[in-house]
Design a protein around this ligand. Structure first.
Ligand SMILES: O=C(O)CCC(=O)C(=O)O
Ligand SMILES: [Fe+2]
Length: 294
């Protein structure tokens, strides 16, 4: 018997989803996106997905191995698909969860990465990992979550076509306190500890950065198109350089909330007794963007 995750509708009480995140580290939100949003994103990314087959190798071959040779990757999706930047990245339930998970440890959170991952036929199981390992040098201090992540289905996710695999409760395992390198040599989770995020297109599996998970093997002929969308504390370096992925001229065409999430807003922790990060010419860049003077 495989492990399971709690499932919620899009209009669920965010507190209830947060409770599931606290217990299991992960939860499924069915119907997070309307069918027309799914269709528009699919349309807007199509050319980039087609071009992804001919991309130069990644800067570090380990990353090719991490996603596997059959996976088409498109980074910077917020700069490619306006619908992704507005309706997906700013989805109210995702932000309500980010408020709850991340604001206790920051004055503002930000987009960490918006990454399309199309696991093609023949893709093998991805390595099980914790996403927070990217910040391997941040000391693990009790209870502070660095990240709220999601994988959003842009086709139906099934166990056979590569649905994300997650290990509920693994955010509470003691090995989380080890360095990422030490975690790699721990005993892998047993098969029955793994839950499969089977869900219809437009649904998402949401999880915190300490949960062990990975993409699944695709034994079908259908490419599994998903988006890895995650937010992190506003004082961390982001996985993707979002200012370059969505440069000012493009960011200026987006709503202010999207600009803020992309990192254009100053990080102002002065009311919390701290300082500020990310100003330009002594101003808040998001205001300069609004005035057309960035
Ligand atoms: O593609 C998936 O289902 C998971 C991807 C993932 O875990 C990652 O990119 O960190
Ligand atoms: Fe991951």
């Amino acid at each position: 018997m495989a492990a399971t995750l709690q499932r919620f509708p899009r209009h669920a009480d965010p507190d209830a989803v947060q409770a599931a995140l606290r217990d299991d580290g992960a939860a499924i939100v069915e119907g997070l996106l309307d069918a027309d949003v799914v269709a528009r994103v699919n349309d807007e990314v199509e050319a980039a997905v087609a071009a992804a087959g001919a991309q130069p190798p990644m800067f570090n071959p380990v990353l090719e191995a991490f996603h596997g040779g059959q996976t088409r990757q498109v980074a910077g999706v917020a700069g490619i698909s306006r619908t992704f930047a507005t309706d997906v990245m700013c989805a109210p339930l995702l932000l309500a969860l980010a408020d709850r998970v991340l604001l206790p440890a920051c004055a503002r959170y930000q987009l960490n990465i918006g990454h399309l991952l199309q696991r093609g036929p023949g893709a093998e199981d991805q390595w099980l990992h914790r996403d927070e390992a990217v910040w391997s040098d941040v000391p693990r201090t009790g209870g502070v979550e660095l990240q709220l992540a999601s994988v959003i289905a842009f086709v139906d996710f099934t166990r056979d076509n590569g649905a994300t695999r997650l290990v509920p409760g693994s955010h509470r395992w003691p090995d989380r306190a080890l360095s990422p390198a030490e975690q790699m040599v721990q005993q892998p989770p047993s098969a029955d500890a793994i839950a499969y995020a089977e869900m219809p297109a437009g649904s998402a599996v949401v999880y915190t950065g300490g949960v062990i998970h990975a993409g699944g093997a695709n034994t079908t002929t259908i490419p599994r198109r998903g988006a890895h969308l995650s937010y992190c504390l506003g004082w961390l370096r982001t996985e993707e350089n979002n200012y370059l992925a969505v440069p000012p001229a493009k960011a200026a065409t987006l709503p202010r909330q999207a600009q803020e999430l992309l990192g254009y807003a100053v990080y102002d922790a002065i009311p919390r007794g701290g300082g500020y990060l990310g100003m330009v010419r002594l101003q808040d860049p998001v205001d300069l963007l609004a005035r057309g003077t960035l």
